[in-house]
Design a protein around this ligand. Structure first.
Ligand SMILES: [Zn+2]
Length: 432
């Protein structure tokens, strides 16, 4: 039987599938993108849901270019909402079913016939998209976690721990049956409908859980913590003014390679006092700001030992979460840093309600142990891929069927890159 789990252990080494050792392991990524001017009258009409896939069998050294991500589907979001995943994804599910069947797809080569088989192992994306495709309630539901059964009350009361029941195929099925029977509300348990991808033979989402460090850390926890620390320094301790914050960020000497992601100097009274947890910076900018934070704001961190330690713990978590090679010591360190971060969060910001992402990181060590480095599930590359199509949407002059023009252009570009790419490693990979 094919394994639905990924084929890598914590050291990034592949676990071989004994029956079909050359079976391809596919991950699909799902995301929504706005292609019209967000302030214009056509806002929402050209909102697209993009699904693309990546082959996980290759070493990240030869598999990390944007050309190694293949477009599977581009559909207007309102069409998807109207007809549902089961209907829209039907052709894709049929293809996957053929690929995962024992017959596979025979391909004639010079040395004979080779049977291509592939299996879907992971679905990646932001929380909203994943909850939608899995048939779960939104991230604001009572049981908001895809991996365990933590409730909203636990999160608010400061119990971020990993001591909750883990969701299994059976528990999800039971919740679905009891919500259909009217025994409990679907909102309470967080499961609304069955997942369209369960029509496949091997894919069951509770068995292949992953979390995305880009959305959790760089677009969630990092901006939240930096904003809280700067707010306390500017308005509570009054060590620095918002003008000086901007000046320090602007004057810091970033490396040449990092200049592209230099953080924006957009800190104002309004932005620091607002209740949202974002900094209006991209994920790459937030990452750079976190790395340079101890150097730029060492004077602020000198005044508060706990703030210094929470930044150190966050730096550790970020470093290990984005490492493509992990040792068992690094996973233990990740687990310890997350525990330390949770403890410091309660001490530093006792009146702040934690966001879902603060709980998600408790599962990182376990995900790494089961599925290999969590960096492999980061959506950064996928998001970058669709930035390119955003630029093309402005030049293609197709105002009625935008998805047709964009898929044609993206696929032509893909064919060109496939014909030129070599999948052979040019030097041996040495594992310590
Ligand atoms: Zn959880």
């Amino acid at each position: 039987m094919l394994s639905t789990r990924t084929g890598r252990n914590c050291f990034g080494k592949r676990k071989e599938n004994k029956l079909h050792p050359h079976c391809l392991r596919l991950s699909i990524h799902i995301d929504e993108g706005e292609y019209a001017n967000p302030l214009g009258s056509r806002k929402g009409k050209n909102k697209m849901t993009n699904i693309c896939f990546k082959i996980g069998n290759f070493d990240p050294r030869i598999n990390s270019s944007l050309d190694r991500i293949y477009l599977a589907l581009m559909v207007k979001s309102y069409v998807l909402k109207k007809y549902g995943y089961k209907k829209v994804l039907q052709p894709l599910i049929e293809d996957f079913s053929q690929l995962e069947s024992d017959e596979g797809i025979p391909i004639k080569t010079e040395s004979g016939v080779w049977i291509m088989r592939a299996v879907l192992v992971h679905v990646l994306g932001d929380t909203l998209a994943l909850h939608d495709i899995y048939g779960m309630s939104g991230p604001s539901a009572n049981m908001f976690c895809r991996i365990c059964e933590i409730s909203r009350n636990n999160l608010i009361s400061g119990n971020f721990g990993g001591n909750f029941y883990i969701r299994t195929v059976e528990s999800v099925q039971n919740a679905l049956i009891s919500s259909k029977d009217g025994q409990q509300s679907s909102v309470l348990y967080g499961i609304k409908t069955s997942c369209a991808l369960h029509l496949l033979k091997y894919f069951r989402w509770p068995n292949s859980q992953t979390l995305d460090p880009m959305h959790d850390i760089l677009e969630g926890i990092v901006p939240m913590i930096i904003k809280k620390i700067l707010w306390e320094a500017v308005y509570r301790s009054k060590i620095i003014t918002e003008h000086e914050v901007n000046q320090l960020i602007d004057n810091f000497e970033y490396g040449e390679a990092e200049m592209r992601d230099k953080p924006s100097t957009n800190f104002t009274k309004l932005s620091l006092k607002s209740k949202t947890n974002n900094l209006s910076q991209s994920a790459a900018q937030c990452w750079l700001l976190l790395r340079s934070f101890p150097f730029i704001f060492h004077e602020i961190l000198k005044h508060n030992e706990n703030h210094r330690e929470i930044i150190a713990a966050l730096l550790n978590i970020t470093y290990i979460s984005f490492s493509h090679k992990l040792s068992s010591e690094m996973i233990t360190c990740l687990s310890d840093s997350v525990t330390k971060f949770h403890k410091l969060f309660r001490i530093c910001f006792p009146t702040t309600n934690a966001i879902n992402k603060i709980h998600h990181i408790i599962h990182y060590a376990q995900v790494c142990r089961e599925n290999g480095p969590i960096a492999h599930f980061s959506c950064m590359m996928f998001e970058a891929k669709f930035k390119k199509s955003n630029a093309q949407s402005r030049t293609c002059n197709n105002f009625k069927n935008l998805s047709l023009s964009l898929t044609k252009r993206l696929n032509l570009k893909q064919i060109n890159s496939i014909s030129k790419h070599s999948y052979f490693a040019d030097r041996p990979v040495i594992f310590n």
